[in-house]
Design a protein around this ligand. Structure first.
Ligand code: AVJ
Length: 342
């Protein structure tokens, strides 16, 4: 239980209980919002579903398995960069607070925390996530190994307005890893980074993970693994929508498809209907899907140094350092609010 832990939960932004409404009413409102969002996506010419519905308990476990696949290089490459570069960055940044946006893997978090503990500056860790349960288990996992670290978890959807606890000591290092930014097509990518920049102060830094453009065969394999874990991850979005919205998608009537969109420099994941079908979702008109028609479930944008620089600049941030893994497949950028630029 949350209250067994000396964990400071700061409900912010879209967190259901933040505005004092009863949990039941907040749940109903979130259900209506989810239904409206799914309805809007399915009404498009290119049908789509919001990628956030991948991540129920099973989806999160499948994603964890993806990160361990031989074909899925991003996690491995990002870890290599953190191992190589984080000690020097820690000495340079002297951050007293690490803010981590989203469900980071424990292994990557520890590489960042260890480097800053090594530099002797780290005081506070602020994980930000929509899932209070995830934050609880994160805090529990770190408390034993970092007994002197204050953990101030923030329950918030950082894709909307959010704020940090007032008392976390600067300078802050805001980590946004895993190329999660790639799931946001323009102009949402810049809007998201602007929101992040708005909680940063002069002297703070953003540590941004971005997957890079590369041999299409490498990209293709990463999203079409031989074991079919990514296919199960993709299809699971239908189970989540069935459970959460009472929809009647039949996952066995869809096939996983992932391909590189060369014009837009991104992997797209789709679910292709194996047959003509009708899907019913309470509160929405029936959805007619033709055989061979697809529903887009995710985009995963791929970058180069120029496109990352441009994205940062358009979001009020300046690139101050750039590092890639030895293959040049993934990058970590350090950026600072533009007003802070020397
Ligand atoms: C965690 C969203 C960055 O886009 O590569 C993995 C999710 N999708 N395999 C990505 C994902 C398919 C991943 N992100």
């Amino acid at each position: 239980m949350t209250n067994e832990l000396p964990l400071h939960l700061h409900p912010h932004g879209s967190s259901p209980a933040a505005d004092g409404t009863s949990p039941a009413i907040a749940r109903a409102a979130e259900g209506a919002r989810a239904t409206a969002q799914v309805g809007a996506g399915l009404a498009r010419e290119q049908k789509e579903l919001p990628s956030r519905f991948f991540y129920d308990a099973r989806g999160s476990a499948l994603f964890e398995r993806i990160t361990a696949l031989e074909e899925y290089y991003p996690t491995r490459c990002e870890r290599e960069i953190l191992e190589t570069r984080m000690p020097a960055w820690a000495d340079r940044l002297r951050a007293r607070t690490v803010v981590e946006l989203g469900a980071g893997s424990a292994a990557k978090t520890r590489l960042i925390l260890d480097a800053l503990v090594g530099s002797g500056t780290l005081r506070t860790y602020v994980p930000v996530d929509v899932s209070g349960e995830f934050l609880d288990s994160t805090a529990r996992g770190l408390r034993l190994d970092y007994p002197d670290l204050a953990i101030a978890a923030v329950v918030a959807d950082f894709t909307g307005p959010f704020s940090l606890p007032a008392d976390v000591p600067p300078p802050h290092l805001v980590a946004f890893l895993g190329s999660t930014i790639g799931n946001f097509a323009p102009p949402m990518d810049s809007a998201l980074l602007r929101g992040i920049a708005s909680v940063m102060q002069p002297g703070d830094h953003l540590l941004l993970g971005t997957d890079l453009r590369k041999d299409v065969a490498v990209l293709h394999a990463a999203y079409n693994d031989a074991e079919g874990v990514t296919a199960r991850f993709n299809l699971n979005i239908l189970n989540v929508i069935n459970q959460r919205l009472g929809a009647d998608f039949d996952p066995s009537r869809f096939a996983h498809r992932a391909f590189y969109n060369h014009e837009l420099h991104r992997i797209e994941m789709h679910l292709v209907a194996r047959s003509t079908q009708v899907v019913n979702i309470p509160g929405l008109p029936a959805t007619h899907i033709a055989a061979g028609e697809s529903i887009r479930t995710e985009v995963s944008c791929k970058y180069d140094r120029a496109s990352v620089t441009e994205l940062l600049t358009s979001s009020g941030l300046a690139l101050v350092d750039w590092a890639t893994d030895s293959e040049g497949w993934f990058a970590l950028s350090l950026a600072t609010p533009i007003s802070d630029r020397a």
